[in-house]
Ligand binder design. Structure first.
Ligand SMILES: Nc1ncnc2c1ncn2[C@@H]1O[C@H](COP(=O)(O)OP(=O)(O)OP(=O)(O)O)[C@@H](O)[C@H]1O
Length: 344
């Protein structure tokens, strides 16, 4: 497989949103489909217009407090759930590892490996070629013959990680899957992640462990109640995030709940139209600013041309004076010459 070109855009989100409905019963959803509900079903915006660009070979951390939208973003990115609006460009195959996600509980480890491989279009020979390597990576011993429903979360994570990295994806999304493994397995995964990065693959890494984010990620997306609060180099974003966590922790329980309630309320009342209007306003403001900047630089040019014009006028006057009264000009030039000699 050809390594991806550096600086190639791998993932681009433009104002991506995700709206969940909060219908209490399935029948309400069906009624809503046929507009039979008198009352509208309340909805909740888990993503409120997310925009970013990620390049090949970058490892991106996704951080944020519980319920901020990290898993929703990962699931939209991997295609598990569709976005509601916005534009999403994903250049390459994605593979997501979330604890137990995509694993069939009633199937054994080996059957799960085979099932996933078949889903990915591998033939029997290709499956056999990969099988030993996946089993070795997962390192589950005889548990590989047991149904996955008997696995601990760490074991599920091992199997999920082993299958996902053997799919050789262009974009690997790891949702909290490393937080449940032991140290040896974690180190094995870290090595694999660095190997992937070297090959120009892109990694999204969801974690509450800021230490892991610091070790693995070049940049970080800080999600906050459906908004992307910050996106940038790891150290910068983590510094801001740590400050926020410190501020949040010192709040009383009552104030914390109030803050969370208000933020969730904003997610319920979010208006896509308002967000788009604001966006247009910002774009217009940026355009005006750009025009003003251009005007300023053209003003600067005006000053330069004024100086040139002034110098030309002085030279012209001297020329004229030289014709009318050469002695006077000669006298002036000698005086200037004397003054200059005094200073130089
Ligand atoms: N299917 C769904 N229907 C309704 N709301 C949902 C659904 N899935 C997620 N949500 C809501 O969307 C918000 C974001 O959830 P998400 O799981 O993405 O957060 P998170 O940042 O991954 O949280 P955590 O750190 O706890 O895993 C939460 O408020 C959650 O309740």
């Amino acid at each position: 497989m050809q390594p991806a070109k550096r600086n190639e855009i791998k993932v681009q989100f433009d104002l991506v949103t995700k709206e969940f409905d909060l219908a209490k019963k399935k029948s309400d959803k069906v009624k809503a489909l046929f507009h039979l509900n008198r009352e509208e079903i309340p909805t909740f915006w888990a993503l409120k217009g997310i925009s970013f660009k990620v390049y090949s070979g970058e490892a991106i951390g996704l951080i944020g407090i519980n319920g901020s939208g990290k898993s929703t973003l990962s699931n939209v990115l991997s295609g598990i759930i569709p976005e509601t609006t916005g534009e999403m460009t994903v250049n390459g195959e994605t593979s997501i590892i979330a604890i137990g996600a995509g694993l069939k509980g009633n199937l054994t480890g080996i059957e799960n490996i085979r099932f996933k491989a078949l889903m990915n279009g591998l033939n029997e020979q290709e499956i056999e070629e990969n099988m030993n390597s996946i089993i070795e990576f997962a390192d589950l011993g005889d548990f590989i013959y047991q149904p996955v429903k008997n696995y601990s979360s760490g074991m599920k994570s091992r199997l999920g990680f082993a299958i996902a990295v053997h799919q050789d994806p262009d974009i690997l999304i790891i949702d909290e899957a490393l937080s449940v493994g032991d140290e040896t397995f974690y180190q094995k995964c870290v090595n694999k992640i660095f190997e992937f990065k070297k090959q120009g693959k892109t990694i999204f890494f969801v974690s509450h462990s800021l230490g892991q984010i610091e070790t693995l990620c070049d940049k970080v997306v800080w999600m906050h109640y459906g908004d992307m609060r910050l996106f940038g180099p790891t150290n910068e974003v983590l510094a801001e995030y740590r400050q926020f966590i410190q501020w949040f922790k010192q709040l009383s329980e009552e104030k914390k709940s109030e803050y969370q309630r208000q933020e969730k309320e904003k997610q319920k009342n979010f208006s896509l139209q308002k967000m788009l209007e604001q966006r247009v306003e910002i774009e217009q403001r940026d355009q005006i600013q750009e025009v003003m900047n251009k005007k300023k630089s053209s003003d600067k040019l005006d000053v330069i041309s004024k100086i040139i014009l002034f110098v030309l006028i002085v030279i012209y006057c001297f020329g004229l004076l030289n014709i009318l009264n050469p002695h006077f000009v000669h006298h002036i030039l000698r005086t200037v010459h004397h003054i200059l000699r005094m200073f130089l």
